[in-house]
Design a protein around this ligand. Structure first.
Ligand code: HPA
Ligand code: ZN
Length: 336
């Protein structure tokens, strides 16, 4: 019943790494198409390999998996498959992360990545009515100079990239390492987001806010350990893009029953639900909501709040947001 409501509601997704939507079947097909060698004999072995003790375990396979992406068509197919999933799941707006350094470091041109992704985004807008923004993430295990080079390479595509983000191995790579490149990005008019408080301490969330001047925090779970930080996030209306199945699969939580989503909402935090890397963590956006319904008994009011937050925390215009909120109210009202 509540799962039907989740499926029926129009939703926005704000935390999805496009390379993390590479399904094992597609990975295998692209490896054959491009003659890339994968250390797996078949699709089932790829599925079987997805057992992670921590973020780094996942990242190792995530970078290996993206090695099959070489040509413009590969980036198009990857992005198009995700957008078809969005269409199936009533995700009407999506703000997509991509990791250019994961590709340019393998000799793939920035232009190849952008043309492949953007052609799929344009097609989804016209054929499926899905709107989207692109957020270019800097890999935090690399140095700031590499991030600056990436920012430079992106400038011909300035009109197609709305924001910059920060992802990859969090521990030992604090936001402060990227202060200058975020400052430059802000001057260039990019929105700013950063993964913080997934595995890293609350201090990293402070740094993302104060040094990177972010508009949203990606994950942010560990902010809950610091009451004054929570108060600050609440008072500033700072959104958190929370990823329940990712949290479980990367051992940020031990059991889905322990997921803090209700605590976050009750504290007044602007939390949203997202899939992060759906092909690796067992589900797209609706499955993430379903998992919370099963495990923590998420109720209708909480579902509607989270879905409204997804639009309010987006980078859409105020007018677009109010249109989406009215559509949510209409469906939610019809289901009561
Ligand atoms: N955390 C950090 N980096 C990532 C993630 C994540 O959840 N997914 C893809 N890159
Ligand atoms: Zn992420």
């Amino acid at each position: 019943m509540l799962k039907n409501l989740v499926n029926a509601l129009p939703k926005a997704e704000l935390h999805i790494h496009i390379e993390g939507s590479l399904e094992p079947e597609t990975m295998f097909r692209l490896a054959q198409r491009n003659q890339v060698k994968l250390p797996y004999p078949d699709v089932q072995s790829i599925h079987d390999a997805y057992q992670f003790r921590c973020l780094q375990d996942f990242l190792d396979l995530y970078y290996q998996g993206m090695s099959v992406l070489l040509r413009e068509e590969d980036f198009h197919d990857l992005t198009w498959e995700y957008l078809c999933k969005c269409h199936e799941q009533n995700v009407v707006h999506t703000e997509i992360f991509f990791d250019p350094q994961g590709h340019t470091s393998r000799g793939v041109a920035f232009e190849t990545i952008m043309q492949g992704i953007c052609s799929a985004l344009d097609r989804a807008e016209s054929e499926l009515g899905i709107s989207s923004h692109l957020i270019m993430c800097f890999l935090r295990h690399l140095d700031q100079q590499d991030a600056f080079r990436t920012l430079e390479a992106s400038l011909p595509w300035r009109e197609r990239i709305l924001g910059v983000g920060l992802d990859s191995s969090e521990r030992g790579h604090p936001p402060s390492k990227f202060r200058d490149v975020f400052e430059r990005s802000a001057q260039l008019g990019f929105k700013r987001v950063a993964h913080a408080g997934e595995e890293g301490p609350p201090a990293y969330v402070h740094e993302a806010l104060n040094l990177l001047t972010v508009n949203r925090i990606d994950h942010g779970n560990r902010a809950l350990e610091d009451p004054s930080l929570v108060q600050h996030l609440v008072e500033s209306g700072m959104p958190l893009t929370v990823c329940p199945q990712s949290n479980l699969r990367l051992a940020v939580i031990k059991d889905m029953c322990d997921h803090p989503i209700r605590d976050m909402l009750q504290a007044g935090l602007k939390a949203t639900v997202n899939s992060d890397d759906p092909a690796y963590f067992g589900g797209y956006l609706n499955e993430n909501f379903h998992a919370l319904i099963d495990a923590v008994d998420l109720n209708k009011e909480e579902i509607v709040r989270l879905v409204k937050n997804s639009f309010e925390a987006s980078f859409l215009s105020a007018e677009q947001i109010s249109g989406h909120l009215a559509a949510v109210d209409k469906i939610a009202g019809a289901s009561s």
